[in-house]
Design a protein around this ligand. Structure first.
Ligand code: ARG
Length: 591
């Protein structure tokens, strides 16, 4: 069998799959399109496993096959495998699992190549050029709550994973800047500040409080309610005075949101709900022409198979709603922005809304049936809970202010640094930037490490612990690796090109294998939109590194394997930094 040439980089699982694909075609020519099922394994038989034999057997048995059972199919798959420098040896176990032991030389060479060519050569290659990530998306004048914090953190990570994969990402802040609530708010503010247009941000102050007060007025005072409703009509009709007030309110909120984004180092481009207003009538008309829109109790709706409530696209008063805007936004993203993957990050409570919008888009033929691209995905997440197991709130039961949360995380990290004596050693600036990195990193990591669908409990003590699966532990671990390299006094740039990385000892090989699995892990995280997969990987990487580093047989500085082991340290630091980068966490280099 001819050798299959493979580039010495990237995704091990994908490269093995290529080899097994060749073998499967030869082994069972009549089942030409079987997909290789390759999984990493930790058993004593190998590093990876091909699990096709059993499934194939069930397809071919009794149809005149020469094989006498799954183990024989496995044996043939093994024998038909093209020769490759990736594989050291193969064996068949149990009911036909083909186990692969990777070649140590190839592993070492691949890692060194990554060091030379950069970690970007290990990036996933999703089948799309442009994606929209719709995230954060708070509502003007309402509170930006912990749910929006989750959306901001998760959405930023997803955007980063796609950007790393060379996808052009349109980071969209779908701000709630339109709707009937503006009528009551503007009317209330006009009453309070007769010269509203001259009022400064500080005079208007806390928009949320005015929003609440105006809502109360709306519910209790029919005359006010009447005026508020007229205000909506004026605003939507383009009345100058109302438009200006609206724009001013949006601007004040924007400044508040921006403070949070700046702290978190997240950038987004605002295209709020109002941006899509001009597109709604045309989109609804198009859907109507296609025969998708029906009358129901005075409203115009789209019925969706399998869901018993219809999607209302025009309310009975003729107005548009959240769903109308989302349909227009989806249309715009597909047609004007040419996005092939549109990802929405909100709490799971909105799952049905998106499910309906996406199904309507499929009915309209905007999106293909099934799971093909162009694709729309809803990334749902659970609640953030307080210590009492209820929705996270501060003592006075007001919603938690995000900025306060971030302040506290930072202050606690700073206190921990001072306690470690860094106050005397470091400059004020070093303390500040490290406290920023650790504090904000801790908040992000505590969120990202959970499967996003599960609720999690917000706990400062836990997230700022320097032991266990926390950002603090991981950031310190990275800083320690950097300090090993510094203490060696060697120039890694030179070692990368002139030295040789080898994987002799078991602990070195285990570390090497884990490093090599970075590419497939990030690909999985990216395909399934699951940041926690990167967190799990990062945590186990630092555990495996620590096993290697604390083994006296793997001494780094001063040993005869110093060059190779320093390169392993460097590779670990590079991969850890990339993980931090994907998670939106700033690494630290000393501790
Ligand atoms: N503003 C909404 C909220 O706070 C989230 C918007 C999500 N994006 C969208 N295209 N609907 O719940």
């Amino acid at each position: 069998m001819a050798a299959v040439k493979e580039e010495c980089k990237g995704n091990v699982k994908a490269q093995l799959a290529k080899l097994f694909e060749v073998s499967l075609k030869v082994t069972v020519p009549n089942e030409a399109d079987v997909d290789p099922l390759i999984a990493a394994c930790t058993g004593k038989f190998g590093d990876y496993q091909c699990n096709n034999a059993m499934g194939l057997w069930s397809k071919i048995k009794g149809k005149g096959t020469q094989f006498r059972g799954p183990p024989a199919v496995g044996e043939a798959i093994k024998n038909n495998l093209p020769t490759s420098e990736i594989i050291d040896s193969c064996s068949v176990a149990g009911p036909g699992f083909v186990n692969v032991v990777l070649s140590k030389n190839w592993m070492a060479k691949s890692i060194q190549m990554m060091l030379i060519e950069g970690i970007d050569t290990w990036a996933p290659q999703p089948p799309v050029k442009t994606a929209v990530v719709d995230f954060s998306s708070p509502n003007i004048a309402k509170e930006m709550h912990v749910g929006h914090l989750r959306s901001t953190i998760i959405g930023d990570t997803l955007a980063r994973m796609l950007e790393f994969s060379k996808v052009k990402v349109l980071r969209r802040n779908h701000v709630g800047d339109w709707g009937t609530q503006f009528g009551m708010l503007i009317e209330f503010l006009f009453e309070k500040f007769p010269n509203f247009e001259d009022a400064t941000e500080t005079a208007i102050g806390d928009l949320q409080a005015f929003y609440k007060a105006s809502k109360q007025r709306f519910d209790s005072d029919p005359a006010f309610k009447e005026r508020a409703q007229q205000a909506v009509v004026r605003l939507q009709g383009g009345d100058e005075k109302y438009r200006r007030a609206w724009a001013q309110i949006c601007e004040i909120s924007r400044t508040e949101f921006h403070k949070v984004y700046q702290r978190l180092g997240v950038h987004l481009e605002e295209k709020g709900e109002s941006f899509y207003n001009p597109y709604i009538p045309g989109v609804i008309e198009g859907l109507t022409k296609q025969g998708l829109v029906e009358e129901s109790q005075g409203a115009r709706v789209i019925f969706i198979d399998g869901i018993n409530i219809p999607l209302i696209v025009v309310k009975s008063d003729g107005g548009f709603n959240y769903a109308s805007t989302d349909l227009a936004a989806l249309w715009y993203r597909l047609n004007e922005e040419k996005a092939e993957w549109i990802i929405y990050v909100t709490d799971v409570g909105q799952q049905q809304h998106f499910d309906m919008v996406f199904k309507a888009a499929k009915r309209a033929g905007w999106l293909p049936q099934g799971d093909n691209y162009p694709k729309a995905s809803h990334v749902g997440f659970g609640l953030v809970l307080g210590e009492d197991g209820k929705r996270f709130r501060t003592r006075n039961t007001e919603v938690v202010r995000l900025v306060d949360l971030l302040d506290e995380a930072k202050n606690r990290s700073k206190a921990a640094l001072i306690e470690r004596g860094k106050g005397e050693e470091w400059t004020e600036e070093e303390i500040e930037s490290t406290a920023d990195a650790v504090g904000y990193g801790a908040v992000k990591y505590a969120d990202l490490k959970n499967n996003r669908l599960t609720n999690y409990t917000f706990n400062f003590d836990q997230m700022l612990n320097d032991k266990g699966n926390t950002a603090v532990y991981l950031l310190y671990a990275h800083a320690r690796i950097c300090s090993i390299i510094r203490r060696s006094g060697k120039d890694v740039e030179e070692l990368k090109n002139k030295g040789t990385l080898v994987l002799e000892h078991k602990d070195e090989r285990d570390l090497g294998l884990h490093l090599l699995q970075f590419a497939e892990v990030v690909e999985e995280a990216c395909t399934n939109l699951l940041p926690n997969v990167v967190c799990d990987y990062l945590y186990s990487l630092s555990e495996i590194f620590s096993k290697f580093y604390s083994n006296p047989e793997c001494k780094v500085i001063g040993s005869d394997k110093e060059t190779s082991r320093l390169l392993l340290c460097e590779a670990t630091a590079v991969v850890m930094r990339k993980c931090f980068n994907l998670l939106g966490i700033t690494p630290i280099y000393k501790i």
